[in-house]
Design a protein. Structure first.
Length: 280
């Protein structure tokens, strides 16, 4: 089921004990803020526990639904491509190195949970409250005030995302930020993250790339790739939403046996035992 929206921006706030929609996708983008409650967010092939204060980003590429454990109050900030296009004249130059649509579609932000520390956590809640309160009295889709509030959410997202890259990201050298983003977005395509390919993509000497990565990120390139890929595979096994054959196909393994051998070599346990030991 693909839900549709024709207004450039819509705000929907409600509290419920049973999520009213089955697994679905959209023709638009959604920011989902949790005011209260807890449960599990099922997005694509993983399950992420949610609680009050969490923020989730949904793009038209995603399928998701919420499994509510405790009555939850949601705020859905929904917009389509025309929202930012129509307000382009209001956008500050170089606000971010990526457009809002690119941020919303970033696969890294589906795999990792955004963690907001203070004061960003409080600013996030107050910003969402500002948007919902304005929506009670005025039309939000053509309001410059609300547009700048939405832009501020993207600023908070960018700051939070930088904290869970598990590397030291220098904001003065965006190439480093872009490098990690490239790896995370192409982790499912082994041929795109080979040193010969990635070094050429970022115009870094192939013979120098390993030393460059280790100096900037305090970990070897091979270990970073292995650790990140293993974490994603573990999450899929824990979720029970996909088979080993599907996981093998997604990550470019030749077959299920190849994936099983890789997993056992890295963790010293087979996937079925791991799933039993780490039930969600």
């Amino acid at each position: 089921m693909k839900r549709k929206q024709f207004e450039p921006l819509e705000i929907d706030t409600f509290e419920t004990s049973v999520f009213p929609f089955p697994k679905h996708s959209h023709t638009y983008y959604e920011m989902i803020y949790i005011f209260k409650g807890c449960g599990n967010h099922h997005i694509n092939k993983i399950i992420v526990p949610y609680k009050a204060g969490d923020l989730y980003l949904i793009s038209p590429d995603d399928e998701h639904f919420f499994d509510i454990k405790k009555s939850t109050k949601f705020c859905f900030i929904k917009f389509n491509d025309s929202y930012f296009e129509n307000n382009k004249h209001l956008s500050p130059d170089r606000l971010t190195t990526a457009s809002p649509a690119e941020i919303m579609r970033n696969s890294l932000l589906k795999e990792e949970k955004l963690i907001f520390d203070e004061p960003c956590k409080t600013i996030l809640r107050k910003t969402v409250e500002n948007i919902t309160e304005y929506n009670d009295f005025h039309k939000v889709s053509d309001s410059p005030i609300i547009f700048f509030q939405v832009l501020s959410l993207f600023g908070l997202i960018r700051e939070a995302a930088a904290k869970f890259l598990h590397v030291k990201v220098d904001h003065q050298t965006p190439k480093k930020d872009d490098l990690i983003s490239y790896i995370h977005q192409n982790i499912y395509s082994p041929e795109l993250i080979r040193i010969s390919v990635i070094s050429r993509h970022f115009n870094i000497s192939e013979t120098y790339f390993g030393a460059y990565f280790k100096r900037n990120f305090d970990v070897s390139y091979r270990k970073y790739i292995t650790d990140y890929k293993l974490k994603l595979i573990e999450r899929r096994i824990q979720s029970g939403q996909v088979t080993m054959k599907q996981i093998a196909y997604e990550f470019g393994f030749t077959d299920e046996s190849h994936l099983t051998n890789y997993f056992k070599k890295q963790t010293n346990t087979n996937p079925s035992d791991f799933k039993f030991q780490h039930r969600i």
